[in-house]
Design a binder for this molecule. Structure first.
Ligand SMILES: Nc1ncnc2c1ncn2[C@@H]1O[C@H](COP(=O)(O)OP(=O)(O)O)[C@@H](O)[C@H]1O
Ligand SMILES: [Mg+2]
Length: 320
């Protein structure tokens, strides 16, 4: 008997290695990457530019072959059973090319035809996708004249046209304004609620918090995987935020303080890592007072995925 989709690992990468021909000896785009994503998850692939996100998604989407290892979608091998895998996949590449001279509606029809969606099915599916992505009012606008956020939503609607079970999205929120970014993530969570398994890549660590699990990639390798909460809780320090004047004084105090293991500026504040936040705060208050400084704000703050990422990279580089 065939397994039902809910029993399956929907997205699987097993020891993937990818080296592009022009890459130098010893450099890999992917260096032994494994992922296992059960049905119905919103899974985040995080990492800075060049980490290997696009390479991973292209291999999973059957448009690129790995040098070794295996990728599976819904149990189908993306190399040997590419056709079967492809039917399950909706893929939105990083540089998704819509036809800028065609209208929103024409683009949707084009992608529906290209993916073998019957005209009859299109009659039901196109209005649904337009409503879903809130593009109904813009059906006759040329794709080239849409805002960045609307282009991404149209690209998403196109990728969803054939009702894929697995959605692979490569940086859907890059280059999109914050309001549209929020809207896009809302749409994605609706897609997950409908039972679609979503793998989404992003360079923004703050977006990790919208995923049920994440893998952080760096230089083609997994740095860490888990729920955002797990990763934050594993950090061996707490965070103290401080805003104080004069800036020169606070920087000089912070850079030599024995209770601070690392620090960085964020906007007009400093973000300090410390194993002893309570004593650190008391000590900073004392030091600033002694030197005629003024504290505008001091408090313990939540640990974020940005903190997780920076800590992991620094540890990897041997700076800590
Ligand atoms: N077509 C290519 N030819 C040579 N090197 C490439 C090619 N595509 C990507 N790379 C390299 O592979 C690594 C991973 O790239 P990529 O998967 O695009 O990362 P990301 O999507 O996380 O930015 C980078 O070092 C990048 O320069
Ligand atoms: Mg990329």
């Amino acid at each position: 008997m065939e397994k039902s989709p809910s029993d399956l690992t929907m997205i699987e990468a097993i020891h993937l290695v990818k080296k592009y021909p022009s890459q130098k000896d010893g450099v890999f785009a992917l260096n032994d990457l494994s992922l296992s994503i059960p049905s119905g998850q919103m899974y985040g692939l995080l990492g800075p530019d060049g980490a290997g996100k696009t390479t991973t998604l292209r291999i999973l989407a059957t448009v690129l072959l790995a040098n070794s290892g295996q990728a599976k979608i819904g149990g189908f091998d993306t190399k040997k059973q590419a056709e079967k895998a492809r039917r399950l996949i909706g893929y939105m590449p990083q540089n998704f090319s819509l036809y800028s001279d065609l209208s929103v509606l024409e683009n949707l029809r084009f992608f529906a035809d290209a993916n073998g969606v019957s005209k009859n099915k299109q009659k039901e599916r196109i209005p649904r996708m337009l409503a879903f992505t809130r593009l109904e009012e813009f059906t006759s606008r040329r794709a080239g004249n849409l805002s960045g956020g609307m282009k991404k939503k149209l690209a998403l609607a196109c990728a969803l046209m054939h009702e894929p079970k697995v959605l692979l999205l490569d940086e859907p929120s890059t280059g999109v304004d914050p309001v549209s970014r929020r809207e896009l993530w809302l749409i994605l969570s609706q897609i997950v609620q409908e039972g679609v398994t979503v793998l989404v890549s992003t360079p923004y660590m703050d977006e990790a918090e919208r995923c049920s699990r994440v893998t952080v990639l760096y230089e083609g390798q997994e740095l860490v995987s888990g729920t955002p909460r797990e990763l934050q809780n594993k950090l061996p320090f707490e965070i103290v935020e401080i805003k104080a004047k004069p800036r020169k004084l606070i920087r000089s105090i912070v850079s030599q303080h024995p209770l601070i293991s690392a620090w960085r500026p964020i906007g007009d504040r400093l973000r300090l890592s410390s194993q002893d936040p309570k004593n650190l705060m008391t000590s900073l208050e004392k030091e600033l007072k002694k030197n005629d400084g003024e504290i505008k704000l001091i408090r313990q703050s939540n640990r974020t995925m940005e903190d997780v990422f920076i800590h992991l990279v620094e540890t990897k580089r041997g700076n800590l």
